[in-house]
Design a protein. Sequence first.
Length: 233
Amino acid sequence: MSNTEGIPNQLELEAQEYLRKNRINELFEDLCTEICFHQPENVKDFMINSLKEKQKQGFKHGVFAPQEIKNIFTLFDLKKNGIIDKQTCREALKAFATSELQWTRLEEAGLPEEVNFEKFEELVQNYFFKFDPSKHERRENKPKINLNNVDSWAEELFKQKELNQNNSRISKEDLINYSISILRDGGYPNFKESVFEQSLYDLGFLGVLSFSYNDFATYLSYVVKKVQDSEHY
């Protein structure tokens, strides 16, 4: 057996160095993560725009909304006292990692012994993306659809279809079309169509073709909240 077996040759070493130096692996991991998260209709255009954005901002461009940063912190704040320790903070930050390089950086990062939410948000911004306050402000100023009206919306649709609320069902097509109408009337004309199928999946309705009155109310409440709470739709 050759004593050089398993040892990278010069070409392999040069290739690895080239990939590392130009962050090729990180680039493709980052792009794949964004594509999976946003699920664009036109992948080619999305990748072109994403590459242009990275050319201006670098890799510190996150796919997480401000509320999702809060959700991650809350999830790891097991004592619910607004403070997490250093190791817990490290594990929480890994939830945002989209590449092996970012993961390694977090393993080696020097973190405070205790971290509150404000510090955690700062760490996320420093390690993963530049926070755009104006974007957050625009999102906060969007109109809010009153979810207390869900029952009346469901009742209205069943009346339009001349259906009995207790034992009738509506089609998936009617479910989605009425949801679109509610969103547009509520001030959300621009959203990704994938949000409707994703919501069906989240609620365990994927593959279901007809919906009861209660199912419709549950779905409508969920999809409206999902759209207005997320800056990605």
